[in-house]
Design a protein around this ligand. Sequence first.
Ligand SMILES: Nc1ncnc2c1ncn2[C@@H]1O[C@H](COP(=O)(O)OP(=O)(O)OP(=O)(O)O)[C@@H](O)[C@H]1O
Length: 254
Amino acid sequence: MSMKILQVHQLEKIYVGKVNYTALNDVSFDLEQGDFAAIMGPSGSGKTTLLNCISTIDIPSGGEITVNGQHPHSLNDGELAKFRRNELGFVFQDFNLVHTLTVRENILLPLTLDSVPVPEMERRLEQATSLLGIESLLPKRTFEISGGQAQRVAVARAIIHQPSLLLADEPTGNLDTKSVKDVMELFKSINQTLQTTILMVTHDPYVASFCNRVIFIKDGKLYNEIHRGNHQGDFYQNIMDTLTFLGGGRSDIQ
Ligand SMILES: Nc1ncnc2c1ncn2[C@@H]1O[C@H](COP(=O)(O)OP(=O)(O)OP(=O)(O)O)[C@@H](O)[C@H]1O
């Protein structure tokens, strides 16, 4: 039976200022457990706003978001902190690692904050690091590893507490071509091995072609959605074609 991990219902976000700006308008979509989805759209279309509303960094102006049956925007501060730690994993463009800690300490940080017993920590660390192939990096400091390696460590940290939803904002934005492919292969293997539901924002059609679904937004509204068939190459072409229809020009998209 399929299970809905994320439900976004008639989401609206208005930035209030001298002039109010509607960044999201009537956005609705669901993610089932095991979905691997990308959000794409021209610059300023509302991608980051959407991700920030889902991740509870930002507060919606209207509509409803449900994650694993819970309504994060109706929780109090204490409940919200717990909700974020238990249900969500985050991966950012600039890795967000703590530079005073080792790789091992960085990955374990979410479990340390939750006082998880040491043997359980070790078990999860072993699982995440072997999945990501980063066992040899554990004793290193963050300045001793490459960008691609740092992003693997950030991914390990994001999945160590087995979140129901893994969110990523331009996770490959700062990586070279080879590392982009490696990191995307890892997201794919996390999605397939752990059945983790993943939602990422990207400008890059190649990155999006690793996903199973691509949701396009334009001017704060849902524009279209396409699904992957068997061939990544065909999917890439479909994504490119949709981006062309979407407009904004290549300079805006890339
Ligand atoms: N804090 C804010 N206050 C006012 N307007 C904002 C704020 N944050 C974003 N916006 C506006 O909302 C719109 C959507 O911004 P958002 O960052 O979500 O777009 P995006 O699709 O992620 O763009 P990009 O691809 O360039 O990162 C933009 O027009 C932006 O100027």
